[in-house]
Design a protein around this ligand. Structure first.
Ligand SMILES: Nc1nc2c(ncn2[C@@H]2O[C@H](COP(=O)(O)OP(=O)(O)OP(=O)(O)O)[C@@H](O)[C@H]2O)c(=O)[nH]1
Ligand SMILES: [Mg+2]
Length: 421
């Protein structure tokens, strides 16, 4: 482990714009993946008729991902730069896997948005930027990728830069301070070394931009909250839940509780990167083992916290939402799927309490009949199955969600109040 400050970095953007290729390239350039491994991937990719996917294969480990040439689930990798120790979360761009992207984005401090120079802003570019904004991503670096495909044209770069700039303004990301870098993930331009192909560009190259990211917020003094991402059975150890610690710390000997499954016990061991550690803290991806808790007792979507300050389980909650896209209107009684941390639960919008002016945040209308695309509102929500969630003012890391229906993200928001079960 490194003693440099830690950054969780999400790589987001539309399908096929080159996210996995960029991650593979970054790992290669920083010495985290040796050349002969890339060479092996090149051979496998060519056999599968997927020539060009050798860098993407560093991240795309699932057989189906390799056959189809798309990322399906999020994958984590580590590398370090002069300034930071990065855990990089490669997100899928395909619209069918946005639910996995939401988990990835909610684990990240900052993000790199990959936009292909020959395609520009595409549907999941918009969707990911909107989600990044509402899920609390701090800064965006925009990598305008595949510059080799547009012959390193400055005009193409400027056009994409303008499209993305407009998108950032729409969702009120600080577009003026965003860093744009023209790159080719595949050829390696402007990643670790300045490229001769873009002599018109004098800004930061990608590794410089990563070094210049602001240090992550110091962890809050909130209690332990660890959303469970997966539960494994490992021989010799037993049941091993894994996930990222959002707040607080976990040590061997702690008494913990999983909610809403409502089981708990004493933590026996905590592991990071396959090594046992005495304690882990915010931002750490851990696997651990709890005395008396078996594989069937807990599941993805549970949150682990201290037994004497357990994660809240909502009977109902009040939330502020922004509607991104909906073909018609949203009225009380509507029951889409809410994605919060690693949980996915159908929830009914029981009442639409207030419509807000999106610019000022002030109340524009009490008890409106409906809300539609572009509207912001305060709503009361009733989960159809137990859901652990926290007020965003108390634990922001566990207080935001995305709302999905019909294969798309229709809204996102944050929790104002939890009415506990
Ligand atoms: N010419 C060129 N091709 C690239 C570049 N970056 C990626 N590609 C190609 O684009 C295709 C998709 O790359 P991926 O890295 O899998 O894209 P992705 O964004 O991870 O895709 P999903 O994870 O499925 O959303 C592959 O054929 C890559 O070789 C680039 O800089 N230049
Ligand atoms: Mg990918």
């Amino acid at each position: 482990m490194s003693d440099k400050p830690h950054q969780n970095l999400a790589i987001i953007g539309h399908v096929d714009h080159g996210k996995s290729t960029l991650v593979g390239r970054l790992l290669f350039e920083t010495g985290s993946v040796p050349e002969h491994v890339i060479e092996q991937h090149r051979e496998e990719a060519e056999e599968k008729g997927k020539g060009g996917f050798e860098f993407a294969y560093v991240m795309d480990n699932l057989a189906e991902e390799r056959e189809r040439g798309v990322t399906i689930d999020i994958a984590h990798q580590e590398f370090d730069t002069d300034e930071y120790y990065f855990t990089i979360v490669d997100c899928p761009g395909h619209r069918d896997f946005v639910k996995n992207m939401i988990t990835g984005a909610s684990q990240a401090d900052n993000a790199v948005l990959v936009v292909a120079a020959d395609d520009g802003v595409a549907p999941q570019t918009r969707e990911h930027v909107f989600l990044a904004r509402t899920l609390g991503i701090g800064e965006l670096i925009i990598a305008v990728n595949k510059m080799d495909v547009v012959d390193y044209s400055e005009d193409s770069y400027k056009e994409v830069k303008e499209q993305v700039g407009n998108l950032l303004k729409q969702v009120r990301f600080d577009a003026d301070n965003a860093t744009f870098v023209p790159i080719s993930a595949f050829e390696g331009d402007n990643i670790a070394e300045r490229s001769d192909n873009t002599s018109w560009y004098d800004g930061d190259i990608l590794l410089e931009a990563l070094n210049n990211l602001p240090a992550p917020q110091p962890p809050t003094d909130a209690p332990l909250r660890l959303p469970i991402q997966d539960v494994y059975t490992i021989s010799g150890i037993g049941t091993v839940p894994v996930g990222r610690i959002e707040t607080g710390t976990m040590s061997a000997g702690d008494n913990v509780s999983f909610q809403p499954s409502d089981v708990g016990g004493e933590v026996k061991t905590v592991e990071m990167h396959h090594e046992e550690v005495p304690q882990a803290g915010p931002g750490d991806n851990v696997g651990f083992n709890v005395r008396g808790v078996g594989k069937d007792d807990i599941r993805r979507g549970d949150v682990c916290g201290p037994a004497d300050d357990p994660p809240k389980v909502a009977e109902t909650f009040k939330a502020q939402v922004v509607v991104m896209q909906h073909p018609s209107v949203i009225t009380a009684g509507y029951t889409p799927v809410f994605h919060a941390h690693t949980a996915q639960v159908a929830c009914t919008i029981e009442s639409i309490d207030q419509k807000l002016d999106p610019a000022s945040g002030e109340v524009a209308e009490e008890n409106p009949d409906f809300i539609k695309s572009g509207d912001a509102a305060i709503v009361t929500v009733r989960p159809q199955k137990p859901l652990s969630i926290e007020p965003s003012s108390e634990i922001p890391e566990l207080g935001s969600f995305a709302v999905r229906d019909m294969g798309q993200t229709i809204a996102a928001g944050k929790v104002l109040e939890v009415n506990e079960r």
